[in-house]
Ligand binder design. Sequence first.
Ligand SMILES: [Zn+2]
Length: 172
Amino acid sequence: MIISCCDSRVHATSMFGAETGEFFIHRNIANLIPPYNPDGDHHGTSAAIEFAVSFLKIPHIIILGHSNCSGIKNGYHLCKGDHINEDLMFVNKWLNILKPAYDSLEQVGEDNLMIRTLEKDSIINSINNLLEFPFVQQALDSKQLSIHGLWNDIGSGELEMLVPETMSFKTL
Ligand SMILES: [Zn+2]
C-alpha cells in the first residue's frame, strides 16, 4: 500500500517502475495519517488502511512524502498562526494532523527550510499515528506487515528513505 499526496506531480507507480494493479494506493492532502479515532464518523484514510491491512493483508505500507508540498506548507503556516486560507474548513481541519510534528520542530531557520523538515517529520508523525491502529499493531506483531517512510524530491527525482534506527532520512 502506498499513501501519497493528492499532488499530481507525485507518480507513485512510475517511481517504482510498477504496472497498474501492483499497488493499493490511497492519496490525501499531504499524505497524512490521522490519529486512531473510532468515533463512528467518516474516516476515508483510516478506512483505506483498514481495508488494506485487515482484508487485503498487504505486507507493506509506504508513506510517500514529497518536496514542495503545498499541503505541508499550508499546514506549517496554520500551525505557526499565520492567517492563510482560513475559509478552507475541511483542509485546515485535516492539516491539523501535522501539529505534533510542527510542535517538535526546532524553531530555528527560514520558513522554507522548516517546511522541508516538516515534510519529512510529518511522515514520522504519520507512522506514529499508524501504530495506534489495533489491526496495524496486530499485523506488525505477527510479522505480516512492515511500514516504510519515503520522501521524494520531485525536482531531481531523488528518493530518501526513513532509517528506523536513527529516525532520519537517507538518500537511496
Ligand atoms: Zn503534497
